[in-house]
Write a protein that binds this ligand. Sequence first.
Ligand code: ATR
Length: 280
Amino acid sequence: MCQLGLIGFPIKHSLSPWIHEQFLQKANLNGSYTLFEIEPDDAFSDVIDDIKGRNLDGFNVTVPYKQTIIPYLDEIDPEAEKIGAVNTVLNDNGRWIGYNTDGKGYLRSLESKFPNLLAEKTRKILILGAGGAARGIYYALTAADFEQVDIANRTINSANEIAKLKGESTNTTVLSLAEVENKISEYDIFIQTSSVGMNPNHEDAIVSLEGIKESSIVSDIVYQPIDTAILREARSLNASVHFGHTMLLYQAQYAFEIWTGQRVPIGSMDEELQLILEGR
Ligand code: ATR
């Protein structure tokens, strides 16, 4: 039995049980993926003790507990420590170890759609937004040695904080949202990580893509709705688009690999998840 789960709030509509139940089947493992919703008023430490007592093989952590969980772990993987957030916990014979698969999963999702991407380190990248997701993605891009990864955000300080994660091979300029629009033609990959565009603000976009190169890739990590305003604009300007639900699939694939040692193929789950989201 492979017992897995998720902590977070609110998580009643989480897609992770669907994803991991498919992975369990594909890996020929008996198991379960249980939701442990922790309300803001609940005693966090009691719930974590309860989960540890159930002897789960591992669990995922989502908003708002990706930082809260850290003091309850026996060990933290160095990358998760640098990112400052944990989304995957492994029970390694009673030692609870924290990992972060968000940024790596994002990169794997991009690579699955654009296979030569990781070999092309000179492609100029812009990350829009500077929240938790941007932090993980920036870390993964700089760890993959992309040469230019800029960050634009409404609040400049948050972008400066993320830029401190910079590796030796990467240059980073922090930009205001207005500056992005003047420089848009320079970027090969544009990654939208802000919460703008997410339901119920689905008509919004913080910047205009006017002037973006046709050869560029525009990626939005928002997946509700799946086809955001910025992706529609990208298509109207003949750029390639990358949908947000794929990050969800590949961060889960990494987590499942940490728990079971098996890298299950995503196969048609990309299209199936897209249909589920379109039906919501
Ligand atoms: P997550 O952890 O999921 O990435 P978050 O930490 O809430 O989400 O980050 C949300 C991002 O969306 C931030 O970059 C935020 O900008 P600020 O740092 O300036 O707050 C950005 N964001 C949200 N609403 C915005 C808006 N109306 N205009 C511009 N940026 C916005």
